[in-house]
Write a protein that binds this ligand. Sequence first.
Ligand code: HEC
Ligand code: HEC
Length: 336
Amino acid sequence: MKRLFRAAGITLLVIAVLLVGAKVLNLWRPILGPRARPLTSRTFERTPQRLERGRYLATSLLGCIDCHSVRDWKQHDAPVVNGMLGAGDIFPAKGLPGRIVAANLTPDPETGAGTWTDDQLARALREGIGHDGRALFPLMPFTNYRRLSDEDLASVIVFLRSLPPVRHPLPPTEMVFPVKYLIRSVPQPLTEPVPPPDLSTPEKRGEFLVAVGGCGDCHTPQRNGDPIPGLKLAGGEVFEGPWGRAATANLTPDPSGISYYDERFFVHVMRTGFVQARELNPIMPWWSYGRLTDEDLMAMYAYLRTLTPVQHRVDNLDPPTLCKVCGNRHGLGDQN
Ligand code: HEC
Ligand code: HEC
């Protein structure tokens, strides 16, 4: 009897631990490893329509080729170094927690994605799990890509398969402690189909484009890795690397932001990288977004116009000073 009680007690204890465990599982992800769904054997049919759509998305809006290629940052439009399209690079920004390597996405079987399956790529793109099952450093914007429809996802992958294979050996990503463990709670599996987005008005279309295009990753200032409330797209994040040092602009319709823009001027800036005589730092990927159609760029502008105006002066021509609004050091910071 006693033994039975003890056994029952242990069983209850185990159940209780499991229940509590399920609730706090996300807290345990750093130790247990990321949440990942099993891989499937699905493949995406290679059609000319998907190839075109995938090229459009990967080389403009989504920036895959921007981050996953060796670039010449000394030039106005940061061109891809000859023969290095999609071949990956050690990410050159200063201040990253370790060596972060954007993988070689070309179909080279040894140093690229040649042997990775379509579903391995699909899971990496929208769910943040690498081909080898590890959690990806969220500089890879998989949280933005989560909203990509199944068809757009398939298109991007069909395009990647069409890249000329480039042999480009790279070292593995090596994050510092404790980042390596903490990021394991970020990936979330996707097990339901993702339908196409609502593009019924320019503003809705623009909201989608700005979100999956990752404008906020750079233009919304962060504190401890989270967007600062009330400063959506209000600028001030600072990027340092081979391109020099630049703070992001305030994109809200405030006089300290881009209230003086009109639709034509926005399209012109995104296509040329010039704001009148002022040359934009190439870390602003206008050279990528500039490939978007007029319709898509105009929709982005329509959405930016709906943002809550935020008073936040940011300028890259003046020397950096501490800003009490965003906590960063940028030009005109002391005037906020
Ligand atoms: C802002 C830069 C950036 C953009 C934009 C970007 N990536 Fe990445 N990507 C990275 C980095 C950095 C890593 C490596 C993360 C790591 O190793 O933890 C990565 C990892 C990956 C991986 C996983 C590689 C592996 O080892 O399994 C794939 C696949 C991938 N990216 C594809 C894409 C595609 C396709 C797009 C566009 C839809 C894209 N990336 C856009 C930076 C980026
Ligand atoms: C990788 C980071 C990054 C991303 C992503 C990014 N930007 Fe920028 N952007 C910058 C930086 C940095 C500047 C400031 C450049 C300078 O002053 O030379 C800038 C400047 C701009 C400007 C010029 C404002 C002005 O008049 O000074 C516009 C417009 C702009 N970005 C729009 C966008 C939009 C729209 C998106 C998304 C589709 C976007 N940016 C995504 C980094 C980024």
